[in-house]
Design a binder for this molecule. Structure first.
Ligand SMILES: Nc1ncnc2c1ncn2[C@@H]1O[C@H](COP(=O)(O)OP(=O)(O)OP(=O)(O)O)[C@@H](O)[C@H]1O
Ligand SMILES: [Mg+2]
Length: 221
């Protein structure tokens, strides 16, 4: 295991939803620079919830979340660091909220302080890379499921994140788009947490696999 400070560390994290379903139980996890990991687990085991805890979108019941070596407790703590982490939500409708595709993909770069012209240049570049330039002026909510997923990914990559958290990113994608996504992720070579049920995809993208079981992370051989 690398000796440097982890990019993401969960220390004894516990969390349960209001209905008392436990998704994390004194869970420990670390993601280091240069590392990409996959998390699998049965439906409802808490994978998506875990990503939301890392991003500070939900608050841990106990334990600590560290991002880039900093302990994060408050919204102010998380907001300092979450802009450096690109999260693709399991449901693209949670990610996309602008009227058109180009506005959605420009939103992050504009928030990062880019001029409108520079944001459009960056957005068009990533849409081209993902082979969806033709969707630029489409109404976002009228896109197909697979198109929405590619646009959601584009909106995250346009922010040039340092870490990727991808929640079942290949759901709805046809074989060609799946292949393209895998190639792009390989080329980006960013530290990554990939939630994915497809062993073949995991094998191509990550160096370590975990299973989320009864609220704890079990490393797979
Ligand atoms: N907002 C919520 N309020 C109450 N319970 C919730 C909420 N979101 C999720 N849960 C519950 O928490 C548990 C974990 O849900 P989560 O979405 O994290 O699972 P998952 O492992 O991502 O599942 P899937 O493989 O189906 O995506 C489930 O039992 C779910 O019903
Ligand atoms: Mg999920």
């Amino acid at each position: 295991m690398p000796s440097s400070t982890p990019l993401i560390a969960l220390k004894g994290v516990s969390f349960q939803h209001a209905d008392e379903s436990v998704t994390a139980n004194k869970l420990d996890f670390e993601l280091y620079s240069g590392q990409s990991v996959a998390i699998s687990g049965i439906n409802g085991s808490g994978k998506s919830t875990l990503l939301s805890l890392i991003m500070g979108l939900r608050s841990v019941s106990s334990g600590e979340v560290h991002l880039f070596g900093h302990s994060c407790r408050t919204e102010a703590d998380f907001s300092r660091f979450r802009t450096r982490i690109g999260m693709v939500f399991q449901d693209p409708d949670d990610q996309l909220f602008c009227p058109t595709v180009i506005e959605d993909v420009c939103f992050g770069p504009l928030n990062q302080g880019l001029t409108r012209t520079d944001a459009i240049v960056r957005a068009r570049k990533i849409l081209k890379q993902l082979n969806v330039s033709h969707l630029e002026n489409k109404i976002t909510y009228q896109l197909s499921g697979g198109q929405k997923r590619v646009v959601a990914l584009a909106s995250v990559l346009a922010m040039k994140p340092e870490i990727l958290l991808l929640d079942e990113p290949t759901n709805d994608l046809d074989p060609e788009n799946t292949r393209r996504l895998i190639d792009i992720l390989k080329e980006l070579s960013l530290p990554m947490i990939l939630i994915c049920h497809d062993a073949n995809i995991c094998a191509q993208l990550v160096d370590k696999e975990y299973q989320l079981t009864l609220g704890t992370m079990v490393a797979l051989p």
